[in-house]
Design a protein around this ligand. Structure first.
Ligand SMILES: [Zn+2]
Length: 269
């Protein structure tokens, strides 16, 4: 239902076989020869972004949580539900290099036990720092509309925005399973345009991919220009993924997507 079988069914200790064996960039998910990482904006914000990644997401080339980490350097990726010997753990270990800032998984594989493998315990310490005010982006009934004031760090304190990276079902499960999230202040994005990330079809048009959600946050924080440049980056990646799938004749450039966005903005006034 939620896609967990894709990782659970893969043989242990080996990366999944792919039809296309071309190496993919870890920063943007594209084939290395059309990698766009040098073209993506790096947006420095005083707020920290903590992206809790469902372990299934780590395996997916279309995952956008890692692109958040590429564009917003003040991001940490926190893997949830990693099994110590799983394919996802191997991939996550491989990704523990720049430009990603993945948190190391808790060491649980060294005890030599066999038998049923359980998920390594999720390290909640990044979500429980005394000097940080947390905002969990989760559209539950008790969530308030995010405002720049809410996300402004108070003197001597940090603000961290927590994003849940996974399907709606996975995000909902993480919000229940991770104790530190239960009492966390919840915020939601103001209503906006429907998702433009067509690589994966959402169940509902208002569902955004993790990168779109991060871009909306940047926009709400008053950083319009940076949000626009991040949007160009998202559309560039999307266009090149479509090229990889054979649905576009050539890889498009940053100028193309930027010109289209600006023209669209002018049309919409
Ligand atoms: Zn790249």
């Amino acid at each position: 239902m939620n896609g967990e079988s894709s990782a659970a069914g893969a043989p242990r200790g080996r990366l999944p076989k792919r039809r296309h064996r071309k190496a993919r960039c870890r920063g943007c998910g594209l084939h290395a020869e059309i990698c766009v990482c040098p073209l993506l904006p790096r947006v420095d914000l005083p707020q920290e972004f903590l992206v809790i990644q469902n372990s299934i997401e780590i395996l997916r080339p279309t995952n956008t949580g890692r692109i958040v980490a590429t564009m917003l350097p003040n991001t940490r990726l926190l893997p949830f539900g990693l099994r110590a010997d799983s394919v996802a753990a191997l991939v996550q270990a491989r990704d523990e290099v720049e430009p990603l800032r993945a948190e190391p998984a808790p060491a649980a594989e060294a005890d030599g036990e066999s038998g049923p493998k359980r998920s390594a315990p999720f390290d909640e310490s990044p979500l429980r720092r005394d000097d940080t005010d947390y905002l969990l982006l989760f559209p539950s009934d008790d969530a308030a509309d995010l405002t720049p004031e809410m996300a402004a760090p108070r003197p001597g304190r940090r603000v961290a925005l927590v994003l849940l990276d996974g399907t709606w079902h996975q995000a909902s499960r993480m919000s229940h399973r991770i104790a530190a999230l239960r009492g966390m202040r919840r915020v939601k994005l103001p209503p906006g345009a429907p998702s433009s990330w067509t690589i994966r079809n959402p169940l509902r048009p208002e569902q955004l991919c993790t990168l779109e959600a991060a871009i909306r946050v940047v926009d709400v924080l008053g950083r319009r220009d940076e949000a626009g440049r991040m949007m160009d980056g998202l559309e560039l990646i999307e266009a090149r993924m479509l090229y990889m799938k054979g649905r576009l004749p050539r890889p498009r450039g940053l100028e193309d997507v930027r010109a289209e966005r600006l023209a669209k903005e002018r049309r919409e006034g």
